[in-house]
Design a protein around this ligand. Structure first.
Ligand SMILES: NC(=O)c1ccc[n+]([C@@H]2O[C@H](COP(=O)([O-])OP(=O)(O)OC[C@H]3O[C@@H](n4cnc5c(N)ncnc54)[C@H](O)[C@@H]3O)[C@@H](O)[C@H]2O)c1
Length: 361
């Protein structure tokens, strides 16, 4: 049986990854370790909480003692680090927590894994550590060169405190591989979308606001370009890299699907309006707001390495993925309201009498 320790597994991509692992493999144990910040929601995992192959432990990846105790007790084959502060706007307001969680937390996790895995002969056995990173670590591309893409060899040149913290963490992960021979891997993925994304990010925010006839705030001229990938495709890529990737390597993951933010917003307006039969949901709701500071213009990913080495390709087209995403949000209005209102915590405590087992329990 393969044991995965997934940090940040109550967040958007982490919870999709936990659900994916339990669907994809029979013979697994999946241990989800999450501090449950505002972005972590155990409701995402209600469907598997009675699954004997799944366990949740509440802990902070910066807590060396707690993480060491978990690794010692669970003895995971794989550690996948999703845990992070992930919202660029928040990183502009408060960079410190991004440094603390994304850099300090990662270094702590590396230390704990190294101490647990390094055998007296210096070998690490079959263990693997995978750092979930982002294309934002590469910085920005220009709109004038649509054929330029980020490759794994592109130098890291982050601009926001968020991307700087992710790039820093990546450098530490690489350094632990080079210096201590740790069995590390890094994936750098483009923008994800799909179920369970906290409605502060573009796609779920726009769906929510459109439903409520609220303004749809678009930064600057709306022409900033992102490469969008359906979250399940990202989960499959991570699992593949974890099992078959070459140690010490970085793998880019992308959707081959670049779109300007304004086009994403207009697509959402059209589809939500059609589904609800509501003509008042229209482009008139779009409000252009002052641009985000240091706003990267374009991200474009060259994902040919993971394609040629491991055979990964995105399976969900944007046309299919965005419809699935909108339908999911329309069918889960209560989830949206509870995670945005803070009612989530009260809900969980009322339902289950606790927020998950303490790490040392
Ligand atoms: N969302 C994207 O489009 C995207 C794209 C590429 C890479 N990534 C990376 O993927 C990872 C997950 O992103 P997401 O969008 O799911 O983020 P998210 O904000 O939805 O989830 C983050 C999770 O980490 C947990 N967490 C935060 N601090 C913690 C700590 N100190 N200890 C333990 N848990 C903690 C939160 O409770 C939450 O459950 C991040 O590392 C992010 O940088 C995200």
């Amino acid at each position: 049986m393969t044991c995965y320790l997934v940090t940040g597994g109550a967040g958007f991509i982490g919870s999709n990854f936990v659900l994916y692992l339990l669907r994809a493999h029979d013979d697994v144990r999946v241990v989800n370790v999450d501090a449950l910040t505002y972005a972590g929601n155990l409701e995402n995992l209600c469907s598997v909480e009675d699954d004997p192959r799944y366990a949740f432990l509440q802990a902070d990846i910066r807590d060396a003692e707690a993480m060491a105790a978990i690794i010692e007790a669970e003895r995971p084959d794989y550690v996948v680090n999703f845990a992070a502060e992930s919202h660029v706007d928040r990183s502009i307001e408060d960079p410190g927590i991004f440094e603390s969680t994304n850099v300090g937390g990662t270094v702590n996790l590396l230390n704990v894994c190294r101490a647990a895995w390094e055998a007296p002969d210096g070998g690490y056995g079959e263990h693997r550590y995978l750092q979930v990173s982002t294309d934002e670590a590469y910085g920005t591309l220009s709109l004038e060169e649509p054929d330029a893409f980020f490759a794994e060899t592109t130098p890291l040149a982050p601009h926001s405190p968020y991307s700087a913290s992710k790039a820093s963490a990546d450098l530490f992960v690489g350094a632990y591989g080079d210096t201590f021979g740790m069995p590390v891997l890094i994936t750098r993925c483009s923008n994800n979308y799909g179920p369970y994304q906290f409605p502060e990010k573009l796609i779920p925010l726009m769906i929510r606001n459109a439903v409520h006839h609220e303004a749809l705030p678009v930064y600057g001229d709306g022409l900033n370009v992102r490469d969008w990938l359906f979250v399940e495709d990202h989960c499959k890529a991570i699992d593949l890299v974890l099992r078959k990737g070459r140690l010490g390597e970085v793998y880019n993951v992308g959707g081959h699907n670049e779109r300007a933010n304004i086009d994403i917003v207009k697509t959402i307006i059209r589809l939500v309006s059609e589904r609800l039969g509501d003509p008042e949901i229209n482009d008139g709701l779009i409000t252009f707001v002052e641009d985000r500071k240091g706003h990267d213009r374009r991200y474009g990913i060259d994902a040919s390495k993971i394609g040629s080495e491991l055979g990964w390709r995105p399976e969900t087209t944007f046309e299919v993925g965005i419809e699935r995403t909108i339908d999911w949000y329309l069918a889960h209005a209560e989830w949206v309201e509870s995670v945005t209102s803070g009612a989530y915590q009260a809900y969980y405590e009322q339902m289950y009498g606790h927020r998950g087992a303490a790490a040392d329990a």
